[in-house]
Design a protein around this ligand. Structure first.
Ligand code: GBH
Length: 497
């Protein structure tokens, strides 16, 4: 393992993209300014008094010029942010009205970025579904088996409006951020809003709709905007890499493959391969359906037309990577209360020596990103890969919060593994994006965990930002474009080893 973890010297190609990312609800605040409608996250955050909310967050709605200067200081040429759907269409539907102040906000943000030589990469949906769409149509559970589902058309209309209004300046679009979480946490497990709890089927129905909504937004770009605007469209998929616990045991290896197919393959197989779910997922779910005495699988089916419509609806692979799990074969699970994880027939764990973080699900496993990138190269036809998120949390009360050596180590090792994937494994990696530019509202844990390169004082009405050591590190990394032989940075790294 020493060899595997050893630092590789070298650099990325000249045009490699270094970026950092945020999401609207996590940083904007201004939750009810002008005509902005509530999202499902506003609703959840306001449900009980003890919960942190994104009402003000980093107040980036007002402070975006300062944020752009933070990027500038690190020498970043790209910024990945998301647009809040209900800030554009308060109910999610254009016919009910457009919030012009919201449109102006994103225009100003994009113009300020361009004026500072920073390219926007824009996510259309980072989890803040307009509440009205949940109330009126069931959100992503809307009528999932037909071809004329309202939610697909409404997402398409929203995407079109964004292409129309911002696409002259935005050349990279991400339709959905992490549909895995939206489907599973929002509609299966039900911890995230809209808190729909249906562990047997909810996630599969929602994912079905999200895939079709993504395809719609892709085709609208392709048919109506690509020729004039010349941009690219993708969907950001997360995957916790599955590493076999007993690598010499074929059943374990198969279990790990099954886990990865259920995780990233659930979305990527249809979008990058053939318009349909992975074979192993279909077969496993069909068998379970039969055993459960159902007349059909809990995994919905795409029609032949839908498969053709979905297939190859992405111009590059956008990947969010945070961690790895150790996978073993559980044997075939038969249960009256099936859920997404029992469906996989795996046992998940972690190795004793993997560094922990404040998130129980997040162990720092840098080599996992290299393995995952190799899988993506082989499985999905060697696409261009943009890493759209990677990062590490600290606990809010960590006394060394500004001297964030763990975050520096994490970024150093992950970017180095990405460089190995690029230069040793020939993966076409084009970008690395640090999650996150600054501390923000971390969803259910609120402000108790911090992911930023910059610290935000949430007790300060001005939400003052302070650089963490990791921002200095990232600046140096960007300037060096990797780990060149003889650079000061290489020496610094050697000393740390
Ligand atoms: C990111 O996703 C989000 O995109 C970002 O907005 C957020 O700030 C960040 O997380 C930190 O919260 O259920 O045990 O199997 C994280 C990607 C992939 C992490 C799935 C959790 C499932 C763990 N997620 N993973 S488990």
């Amino acid at each position: 393992d020493k060899e595997r973890d050893a630092l590789l010297k070298g650099t990325f190609p000249q045009d490699f993209i270094w970026s950092s990312a945020t999401a609207a609800y996590q940083i904007e605040g201004a939750w009810n300014v002008s005509d902005k409608g509530p999202s499902v996250w506003d609703t959840l955050a306001h449900q009980d008094n003890n919960r942190d909310t994104g009402d003000v967050a980093c107040d980036s709605y007002h402070k975006y010029p300062a944020d752009i200067q933070l990027m500038k200081q690190m020498g970043l040429k790209y910024y990945r942010f998301s647009i809040s759907w209900p800030r554009i269409f308060p109910t999610g539907e254009q016919q009910d009205g457009v919030n012009q102040d919201g449109v102006d906000y994103y225009n100003n943000l994009i113009n300020e970025l361009k004026a500072n030589d920073i390219e926007p990469m824009v996510t259309l949906f980072h989890w803040d579904l307009p509440q009205a769409l949940q109330d009126r149509y069931g959100g992503f559970l809307n009528n999932h088996t037909t071809n004329t589902t309202v939610i697909h058309d409404l997402f398409g209309d929203y995407a079109r409006f964004c292409y129309q209004n911002f696409g002259d300046r935005v050349k990279y679009w991400i339709t959905f951020n992490d549909p895995w979480i939206i489907a599973l946490e929002g509609y299966g497990i039900g911890n995230f809003p809209p808190k729909h709890r249906d562990p047997a089927e909810g996630q599969y129905k929602a994912a079905h709709n999200i895939i079709l909504s993504h395809a719609k937004a892709y085709h609208i770009y392709d048919d109506e905007f690509r020729a004039a605007q010349g941009g690219q469209v993708s969907i950001a998929l997360s995957c916790d890499w599955g590493d076999p616990k007993y690598p010499d045991d074929p059943d374990t290896v198969e279990a790990a493959e099954r886990y990865v197919q259920f995780f990233v393959g659930w979305f990527a197989h249809a979008i990058y391969k053939n318009g349909d779910y992975p074979d192993v997922m279909k077969a496993t779910m069909a068998r379970k359906g039969r055993e459960e005495g159902r007349n059909s699988s809990r995994l919905p089916e795409f029609t032949p037309e839908q498969k053709a419509y979905i297939n190859r609806t992405s111009d590059f692979f956008a990947l969010n990577y945070y961690t790895t799990v150790e996978v073993a074969d559980s044997g075939h699970i038969v249960t009256e209360n099936p859920n997404y994880f029992s469906d996989m027939d795996v046992e998940k764990g972690h190795a004793a020596d993997w560094p922990q973080t404040p998130f129980t699900w997040l162990y720092t496993v840098p080599w996992g990103i290299r393995k995952l990138l190799g899988f993506i190269r082989d499985e999905y036809g060697d696409p261009d890969v943009y890493i759209t998120e990677n990062g590490r949390p600290d606990h809010d009360r960590d006394p060394a919060i500004l001297m964030d050596m763990d975050r520096i180590c994490s970024y150093m090792m992950h970017t180095n593994e990405v460089m190995k994937a690029y230069s040793l494994d020939n993966v076409k990696v084009k970008a690395f994006t640090a999650w996150s530019l600054m501390d923000g509202y971390e969803w259910l844990p609120g402000y108790t965990v911090r992911f930023g390169l910059y610290y935000v004082d949430f007790n300060d009405p001005d939400r003052t930002r302070y650089p963490k050591a990791s921002s200095v590190f990232y600046k140096q990394l960007v300037r060096n474009n990797g780990y060149p032989e003889g650079s000061d940075f290489t020496k610094y790294v050697e000393n740390m080893w």
